[in-house]
Design a protein around this ligand. Structure first.
Ligand code: B12
Length: 216
């Protein structure tokens, strides 16, 4: 990682919003790194902040502020990533974060990359009920449902979504799930239990690769 990217990570971890934004702009203007490199740095910094929270060095206020810094940086980077990608009508996905979960930075990054890869992204936001997810999939005819789930307390929502998909006989929909509460094994177990293709994505780039494989 270059000196300036390291510095950027430190500014985010130390919650120095103005410095982080100023440096991010400079790095992009001087073409020292791509928007993707910067998103990797933001992700790493938030991972570190998650650890500091767990170690009780940081509390909820710091977590909230870190989220705000990441969002400000993402607002700046997103247009650079999406560019003028041509939309492909067949490539439609519905995404959202499960009910009870307000985390949306990772989901938004996935949405940004997917748009950049030509997907039409229907983003339902956070705190999305199983009914809302599945109704939107049905109404839009999307072939992929992307779900974000960061809290172990809300991973039970996933069962509700699968129950709803089966109830509406939408068993051909492919489900891709990511977020800190999710694992490869959980995805395999859900697939086995429900008979619906279910994949785990550890990050946005892997997610887009999986979308591409599933849609072909
Ligand atoms: C920032 C943050 C917050 C912010 C969120 C701001 C926002 N607008 O999103 C705020 C302050 C709101 C918050 C609140 C809480 N948080 Co919080 N938070 C975090 C933190 C530090 C970073 C999350 C993040 O944005 N990471 C960066 C993004 C880029 O990474 P990501 O989300 O993992 O997403 C990537 C991949 O996972 C994947 N992905 C994710 N979703 C999807 C979906 C699809 C379809 C695909 C393909 C891929 C994919 O691709 C993404 C991009 O590469 C995490 C730490 C962590 N390790 O996750 C804790 C963390 C998730 N929070 C935690 C907790 C406990 C809470 C609170 C309960 C705290 C409290 N006491 O109130 C509340 C819950 C509020 C609620 N009901 O949702 C715990 C969860 C523990 C657990 N096992 O359940 C964590 C893990 C921190 C910790 N180590 O303890 N939090």
């Amino acid at each position: 990682m270059s000196e300036n990217l390291k510095k950027l990570k430190d500014f985010i971890v130390e919650l120095e919003k103005e410095n982080a934004l100023e440096l991010a702009k400079k790095v992009i203007d001087d073409k020292q790194a791509t928007a993707k490199d910067m998103i990797d740095v933001i992700t790493e910094a938030l991972g570190r902040i998650g650890e500091l929270y767990q170690e009780e060095e940081y509390y909820l206020a710091e977590l909230v502020y870190a989220g705000d810094i990441a969002k400000t940086l993402m607002n700046y980077l997103e247009p650079l990533l999406v560019g003028n990608a041509e939309k492909d009508a067949a490539k439609k996905i519905v995404i959202g974060t499960v009910q009870g979960d307000m985390h949306d930075i990772g989901k938004n990054i996935v949405g940004t990359y997917a748009r950049g890869a030509g997907y039409e992204v229907i983003d339902l936001g956070t705190d999305v009920s199983a009914e809302k997810f599945v109704n939107k999939v049905e109404e839009s005819n999307a072939r992929i449902l992307g779900i974000s789930c960061l809290l172990t307390a809300t991973d039970g929502e996933l069962n509700k979504i699968f129950a709803e998909l089966k109830q509406k006989n939408l068993v051909d929909v492919k489900v891709v799930i990511g977020g800190a509460a999710m694992t490869e094994k959980m995805a395999r177990d859900l697939e086995e239990k429900n008979g619906i293709t279910t994949k785990f994505a550890s990050d946005a780039i892997t997610g887009i690769k999986i979308f591409n494989e599933l849609i072909d």
